[in-house]
Design a protein around this ligand. Structure first.
Ligand SMILES: *Cc1c(COP(=O)(O)O)cnc(C)c1O
Length: 458
């Protein structure tokens, strides 16, 4: 009996950690628990953005959630059903072989978000966003994607709720990640390489350079221009905004119940940060416990040295996109014109971070660490050999941080409970692993970073 060897069996892919009762009925909002009020989203003239002004871009209910101060928000039954259809609750697993290999007294648990059909956590918010748009009469939703994780999640969600989907995909990824592009097309979405000739901004960039590689910031600008120039069309964003992080809290809420069932509570919560949604999703229910003085958990966010927003960025107001079409948000940023080197963790190539996560970092509640991509792929490869799951390059950043935490626990002789988010699998990112194994992976670490920032109100 495996149970005899691997107890507790509640934890694992087939085990009872996936009891349907674990799926929450409410999303969790961190805003009312923050140690300081969240600085408002503002316009370039310095005045706060009004909710009505965002309704041009987003579904009304999503805007309401963006500004909400309620501690919880009910998950519509249709969205809960869709969550079950894509495999929620996701399993809580224990990385026993990794523990043993490291010789650590730490117990390492992880939420495995890679079991969803698109292979990552992104579908948790994609389904909610598509649902609200569908019931509000939106016919077409538009977004951008880098590596394609978000684009494929939204394409699936659009297919579930009967919406047309257009995805502006960063041109280099469009060429280098044909499988993600095909996945979106399989779900029925229209995928356009960005910069494209479908928007004024795209045409301008293509005129300057017909082979422009594109960037996430540019694709956001094009998607927004598309939305404001088309009827019955709304924009969807895969990270950063409050409502996106809110939807992702299903991860942490499930994890909390799953840990409770086996009498555990995390001493350290680890995750990778691109815009911050998967990490916020896992950590916020635990962060709130810490802010209320109920726990002493440490929070560790891992990011790439090539795009070190939390470790080397500034906490200032900045645009969310490259063209400067979005409102300004106060966040850790490298500047909206920052050139992000072409690392394989496409989902971590964003110049800023979610406003709530940024505030928590500024207040010292959350710590951050940055890694080079070779050490990240080394950690990902080790994890795959020991645990069987090939982590997405993004998630491998979290794995690297977990290994460091587990070794620290070993050195200090502390049997800590480490919880992390394995935000996605890397089976569509094997090109990165191939380069790593061939010894061809390049590391990028900018010597100096001078963020170019807007000056609100001038
Ligand atoms: C998009 C993505 C990320 C980074 O985005 P966050 O908003 O920071 O979560 C991390 N992991 C995977 C697998 C992703 O697809």
């Amino acid at each position: 009996m495996r149970g005899a060897i691997h107890a507790p069996m509640e934890v694992g892919l087939g085990g009872s950690s996936r009891n349907p009762e674990v799926l929450p009925e409410f999303w969790f909002n961190i805003k009312p628990f923050l140690p300081k009020p969240l600085p408002p989203m503002i316009k370039p003239d310095g005045t706060p953005v009004k909710p009505e002004e965002l309704e041009v871009l987003f579904a009304k209910e999503l805007v309401r959630q963006e500004f909400s101060d309620a501690t919880t928000i009910k998950i519509p039954e249709e969205v809960r059903e869709a969550y079950v259809e894509i495999g929620r609750p996701t399993p809580l697993m224990r990385a026993r072989r990794l523990e043993k290999y490291l010789g650590t007294p730490a117990r390492i648990y992880f939420k495995y978000e890679g079991i969803t059909p698109t292979g990552s956590h992104k579908v948790n918010t994609a389904l909610a966003q598509a649902y609200y748009n569908a019931i509000e009469g939106t016919e077409r939703i538009v977004t951008e994607t880098g590596a394609g994780q978000w684009g494929s999640a939204l394409s699936l969600a659009g297919a579930f709720f009967g919406l047309k989907v257009r995805v502006y995909m960063v041109r280099v990824s469009y060429k280098q990640k044909p499988y993600r592009r095909t996945l979106m097309q399989v779900y029925g979405a229209e995928v356009v390489p960005s910069p494209s000739n479908l928007t004024e901004f795209g045409r301008k960039l293509l005129k300057e350079d017909p082979n422009h590689p594109g960037s996430l910031g540019i694709a956001i600008s094009e998607a927004i221009e598309d939305v404001v120039t088309h009827e019955a069309t709304k924009y969807c964003l895969g990270s950063v905004l409050n409502h996106v992080l809110l939807h992702q809290t299903v991860i942490g809420l499930e994890a909390k119940k799953q840990l409770e069932a086996i009498g555990e509570y995390p001493d350290v919560v680890v995750g990778c940060v691109g815009g911050g949604s998967n990490y916020a999703g896992l950590s916020y229910p635990f962060v709130a416990d810490k802010l209320r003085g109920k726990a002493k958990t440490r929070f560790m966010a891992a990011e790439p040295k090539a795009c070190p927003t939390l470790t080397r960025g500034v906490y200032e107001y900045d645009f969310g996109d490259t063209a400067g079409m979005t409102p300004l948000i106060k966040m850790f940023t490298l500047g909206h014109k920052y050139y992000v080197p072409p690392i394989h963790a496409g989902g971590l190539r964003y110049h800023g971070d979610a406003p709530t996560l940024s505030l928590l970092k500024a207040e010292g509640i959350i710590e951050a660490v940055a890694y080079k991509q070779t050490e990240v792929f080394e950690a990902g490869t080790l994890f795959a050999k020991l645990e069987g799951i090939v982590p997405a390059p993004e998630s491998a950043h979290a794995v690297k941080a977990v290994i460091d935490e587990a070794l620290k626990a070993k050195k200090e002789g502390e049997p800590r409970v480490i919880l992390f988010n394995l935000s996605g699998h890397g089976l569509l990112d094997l090109a990165g692993y191939e380069e790593y194994l061939a010894g061809k992976l390049q590391d990028y670490e900018p010597a100096e970073i001078k963020p170019q920032l807007p000056k609100p109100g001038t």
